[in-house]
Design a protein around this ligand. Structure first.
Ligand code: CTP
Ligand code: MG
Length: 243
């Protein structure tokens, strides 16, 4: 169609929104996990550097009010992450932080929303996400679950065992047509009593668009509890043993 021809000719802006406004309560550390040291750098550096070296046009960094200056001076400027166009403050819930990032990402046709607590993101994950969002408008990376998953009741008694071959663990980046996701956030604003853990849930609930799930990587883990730092640090030691 004409629209497809137009899209391939016109430059479309792609913005990464990197989330670093969480408190990291499950890590039980003094500073939020995204600022803890991993190898030679803060956790947050790795994903910013990955987007810096990728085809995305620019980056919106979302962080807590108390960490804006630290992020600007000690990460963005210090490591020369020149694609960071704005640093904005987040909100109480992850979806509040995403919403602030989305508003700041004006001019973008597509957004890649990434957890700053996932340092092992690769260039392949980023380029595969960009390719997929241009086709599907909503896309997430994920991996097939390795363990059998059990649904339990309040007494931790087994209720059901879903078919493992249909279960994927969802990661980030989650990539969207920006206008689509903004419209879905309008729906969310009028319906605040839901438990929302990611943006694909928001698109499922407030639009008819289905999310494409593409292969991420088992290495693309989210730093959540202390042992995750050890695992990530091994992954970041550059394939020494696997080559
Ligand atoms: N995040 C955010 N704003 C929030 C909550 C989370 O920007 N209000 C970000 C986190 O900084 C992290 C990502 O979203 O990069 C994934 O969230 P999660 O792993 O849950 O991090 P925290 O909420 O910080 O950790 P916890 O749930 O253990 O408190
Ligand atoms: Mg959280």
């Amino acid at each position: 169609s004409n629209i497809e021809i137009f899209d391939t000719v016109d430059e479309v802006k792609v913005t990464a929104i990197v989330l670093a406004a969480g408190k990291g309560s499950r890590m039980h550390s003094d500073i939020p996990k995204q600022f803890m040291t991993l190898g030679d750098y803060p956790v947050l550096y790795y994903s910013l550097k990955a987007f810096q070296d990728s085809p995305v046009d620019d980056i919106i960094l979302v962080t807590g009010e108390d960490y804006v200056e630290y992020c600007r001076n000690d990460i963005v400027d210090r490591y020369n992450i020149t694609k960071v166009r704005k640093i904005v403050t987040g909100g109480a819930e992850r979806y509040d932080s995403v919403h602030n990032g989305l508003i700041a990402a004006d001019g973008a046709k597509y957004v890649l929303i990434h957890d700053g607590a996932r340092p092992c993101i690769t260039q392949k994950i980023i380029t595969d996400s960009i390719d997929a969002v241009k086709i599907y408008s909503a896309c997430t990376v994920g991996v097939p679950v390795k363990d059998t998953i059990k649904i339990v009741d309040e007494d931790q008694m087994g209720v059901d065992t879903p078919d493992r071959s249909r279960l994927w663990q969802v990661q980030t980046p989650q990539s969207f047509n920006r206008e689509l996701l903004l419209t879905c956030y309008d729906g969310l604003a009028h319906d605040k009593c839901q438990v929302i853990t990611d943006d694909t849930m928001i698109v499922e609930r407030y639009s008819s668009v289905r999310t494409k799930v593409i292969m991420g990587a088992y290495e693309n883990l989210k730093i959540t509890t202390p042992e995750d730092l050890k695992i990530a640090s091994n992954f970041l030691k550059k394939d020494v043993d696997t080559k």
